[in-house]
Design a binder for this molecule. Sequence first.
Ligand SMILES: [Zn+2]
Length: 324
Amino acid sequence: MSDNKDFLSEKERRRLRVKRMKKMLIMTLVISILIPIITCIVLCVKVAHLESDMRDLIEAKNSSTSVAEGGTDSESPNAIQSQPDSENYTKEDETLAQEETSVETVTETEPQVMKKVYLTFDDGPSVNTQNIIDILARYNVKATFFVVGKTDDASIALYKQIVDSGNSIGMHSYSHRYSTLYESTDAFAQDLAQIRQLITDATGVEPVLYRFPGGSSNTVSGEPMTEFIKYLNEQNITYFDWNVSSQDATSNAVSVDEIYNNVMAGVDNNDVSVVLMHDTEYKNTTVEALPKIIEGLQSQGAEILPLSADVSPIQHVKASEVNE
Ligand SMILES: [Zn+2]
């Protein structure tokens, strides 16, 4: 009897044990299902909150971008682009940058304000022309040569070399003698035809750019300069003066540093600069200053370009204001 009782109680214990295990198993199952569901709900609520915060931040960021755009054009693109490097750059900014594509688009499509510099060399060709071409090539930049009329073999080859090296060639009169060039419109027209023909024959390209000896506002001309400007307009020739002078023509011994400083100071004041320099046998310091000038301009992020008829011209007397 006692054995039977023991047996029963043993059976009972086992049953209880199994029941307990079943209970635990069900509990474990319920918990393992409930925890992810609860976690999901909590996370969803948090995500909703974060999304709302994000929208607020994006709006705040967009409105501050608009304010920056209203300021100086040259500063705003830099201000936006330099953010990742600044000390104030935070994880929040990083998230915004990654997820807020519209702000990124604004940054990318904004025009880059880049200084444009057109280096121009008057009075060549000369023994220095090839040196200038070589220096420009070394830095992979192009410039513009406003040349005068010379018929020796070396000069004829240099006209062609200017064009073949990808630089621009412009006319600077054939004679460069103020007294005859500016004597009358006929004299001016005859001189123009002469230099145009010479360059066309030497290079195979008809020149369309012009620079007046002394500039369009010179006071040595007997005739009003507007007469000659009118004539150039008729011939579809664009003339360029300059808004930066290297001052290398003030004497034959202007130092490299003076030329460099004059150019850099002048370029500082303009978004677009047309720089006056000279290409003659006497202007060795201009050639010596050229690498330093190019390096200085490039370190400022300036674009060094050759002139073309498409470039909006710098003119002391505006061609568009001279009536037909
Ligand atoms: Zn000249």
